[in-house]
Design a protein around this ligand. Structure first.
Ligand code: THU
Length: 131
């Protein structure tokens, strides 16, 4: 499947998660417009609200390297469930994604669901609202 490599990268990134409070590891991997891959994990903080999700870690890494558009992003939490992006991450992904990009919600290497950006964040607030 075209996202096999991205899924493996998200699973590998999950191993780097810093999760002393929730013990819930999350990994993410995204593809940029020129097919570079950036990965991220969740990074918790003793001031819980300062925690950064895996998806945002990956996006901020890519954006800070100059990228402004992602073509797809895979997310993996524990192997018992499908872990979908939280609300804040949906908003952050949408800032750098067209409405029809694939969001790959992964349970394990062989089990994943593909959703469109627009499906997971319909009727969203966008930069156009600020014009
Ligand atoms: N988490 C993510 O990394 N991504 C999500 O989209 C959902 C939640 C993390 C944040 C926290 O470290 C842990 O999962 C439990 O909420």
């Amino acid at each position: 499947m075209k996202y096999d490599n991205l899924i493996v990268k998200a699973i590998e990134a999950r191993e780097k998660a810093y999760v002393p409070y929730s013990h819930f590891k999350v990994g993410a991997a995204l593809i940029t417009e020129d097919d570079s891959i950036y990965t991220g994990c969740n990074i918790e903080n003793c001031s819980y609200g300062a925690t950064n999700c895996a998806e945002r870690t990956a996006i901020f890494k890519a954006v800070s390297e100059g990228y402004r558009k992602i073509k797809a992003i895979a997310i993996v939490g524990d192997e018992k469930n499908y872990t979908a992006p939280c609300g804040i991450c949906r908003q952050v992904i949408s800032e750098f994604a067209d409405k029809d990009i694939d969001i790959i919600i992964v349970k394990d290497k062989d089990n994943y669901k593909i959703k469109k950006m627009n499906e997971i964040l319909p009727d969203s607030f966008t930069k156009d609202n600020l014009l």
